[in-house]
Design a protein around this ligand. Structure first.
Ligand SMILES: Cc1cc2nc3c(=O)[nH]c(=O)nc-3n(C[C@H](O)[C@H](O)[C@H](O)COP(=O)(O)OP(=O)(O)OC[C@H]3O[C@@H](n4cnc5c(N)ncnc54)[C@H](O)[C@@H]3O)c2cc1C
Length: 424
């Protein structure tokens, strides 16, 4: 049977557009199908850790709204301190703009883009894949699922096992222009309040993106948490900490934000894979949120979407040129590189959630801890380095992670029971 194209990509998020861009630059025929029409609003903080920039083969400056050099931490809305970095840590974007920009790059490189094209089903046979949308049918040699948490590709191929759901709420909030200017380089982060979750403020060009996230089973606690977080950063009752370190600053009460109108308060899942498994089946590969590649510790997903999109494109290219016999290599690469890292993130999460106040104080008091945090965001160190830092005591770190996993789960269950009792 004739093919319409070599590769079909489902979804024009960061995973899909990067995959389409890489394929098109290599002269491979690629068709990207996206169910919405851009520009569209996307529920997301739009925070890009510095390590993403190393993965994107073009300049993202046109969509960067602010550059983060500082974090203002609080633990249960208290014990507030700020840490500064000379190096940029995060770049804030609006996801609608970022996605439209990446898609345009793919189109400029030669990818065929079809918008308003919702994939409803697909079928594999011995030579390729037939993809149906609401109105058309396409035939290709390979399919890359980049459809995000909606998961039609991963669900249909049975590649969604051992995925746990996180959930996050976010809104775009106007604020006093003076406050916007003052905090244009600062992320606010409250942790230790919701087990396994946190709240954040990302400064954008003309407003703040503010959200909370955590395990989906604690979803009922998220809106109350969001409201308390807003109150804590919008009033003057915060308790501040004085630090001796040169990279930290004291907060006068006036360092809170005067908020204006709130827009687009919405929630969306964050899928998190809990063990190594298959990421391909026959001629189909899954990437980004479709593959459950959300960071269990931070909820970060754009880096893993971009990285897995690139790996999928490289695998297609190698397969088409006959250098590899199957797409098995893709699953191996995702497991070796990304899953190794994400499983380590999960272990660190267990420890963090067992003793959040201690980690909070550690980041505040130890320059080494703060620098390590920055290096992980910048892609100069990896979660796996935390384990390796224990050298011959690695086994004790593993044991601590294992035990913390149980304690974390118990804390979550207790929290859930308390919350249910309060509702009754
Ligand atoms: C509130 C919130 C805040 C977040 N903040 C951050 C952050 O600051 N930094 C970060 O790194 N991560 C963040 N994340 C996670 C991040 O948003 C995701 O991990 C990331 O978007 C995954 O990219 P993706 O390309 O895999 O999928 P998506 O970005 O979800 O893209 C999927 C695309 O596929 C399309 N699609 C879906 N179904 C079909 C279909 N049947 N046919 C055709 N097209 C389809 C969708 O319309 C969409 O355009 C956040 C998540 C949430 C919920």
């Amino acid at each position: 049977m004739l093919f319409d194209t070599d590769v079909i990509v489902v979804g024009a998020g960061p995973a899909g557009s990067l995959a389409a861009y890489i394929l098109a630059t290599q002269g491979i025929q690629v068709t990207l199908l996206e169910k919405t029409r851009f520009p569209r609003y996307k529920v997301c903080g739009g925070g890009l850790t510095h390590k993403i920039l190393k993965e994107i083969p073009f300049d993202l400056t046109p969509v960067i709204e602010s550059t983060i050099h500082s974090f203002r931490f609080s633990h249960q809305f208290e014990h507030v301190f700020t840490r500064n970095s000379t190096e940029p840590l995060i770049y804030c974007t609006m996801r609608g703009d970022l996605d439209a920009f990446l898609l345009q790059k793919a189109a400029d490189a030669g990818a065929t883009i079809s918008m308003g094209e919702k994939v409803t089903s697909f079928l594999q046979d011995e030579s390729g894949v037939t993809v149906s949308t609401q109105e058309k049918t396409f035939r290709s040699r390979m399919l890359i699922g980049a459809e995000g948490a909606s998961g039609i590709v991963s669900r249909t191929t049975g590649l969604q096992d051992s995925v746990e759901m996180g959930l996050a709420w976010e809104a775009e909030v106007n604020a006093d222009p003076e406050d916007l200017m003052r905090f244009s380089g600062t992320v606010f982060l409250d942790w230790g309040t919701l087990p396994g979750g946190y709240a954040w403020v990302f400064p954008k060009k003309d407003h703040f993106s503010i959200g909370v996230g955590g395990p989906a089973r604690l979803s009922k606690a998220m809106m109350p948490y969001y409201e308390r977080f807003m109150t804590s950063i919008g009033n003057t009752s915060l308790q501040s900490s004085i630090l001796n370190s040169p990279s930290s600053i004291l907060h006068p009460p006036s360092s809170n934000i005067r908020f204006g109108e709130t827009r687009s308060l919405k929630s969306w899942p964050i899928p998190v894979r809990t063990r190594k498994s298959a990421f391909h089946k026959g001629f189909v590969m899954v990437t980004g949120d479709s593959a459950g590649l959300g960071d269990p510790l931070t909820g970060e997903g754009i880096y893993y979407a971009v990285r897995s999109g690139k790996l999928a494109a490289e695998t297609c290219s190698e397969y088409l040129s006959g250098r590899i016999p199957s797409l098995e290599t893709f699953s191996q690469r995702i497991n070796d590189e990304l899953m190794t890292e994400l499983l380590e993130a999960n272990r660190i999460k267990h420890v963090f959630n067992t003793v959040p106040i201690r980690i909070h104080s550690f980041v505040r008091d130890s320059d080494r801890a703060w620098k390590a945090f920055g290096k992980i965001l910048r892609g100069e160190r990896w979660y796996a380095d935390v384990r390796n830092g224990f050298g011959k005591w690695k086994i004790f770190w593993r044991l601590a992670c294992f035990v913390s996993g149980f304690i974390e789960r118990r804390k979550e269950t207790k929290f859930l029971k308390r919350q249910t009792a309060e509702i009754k």
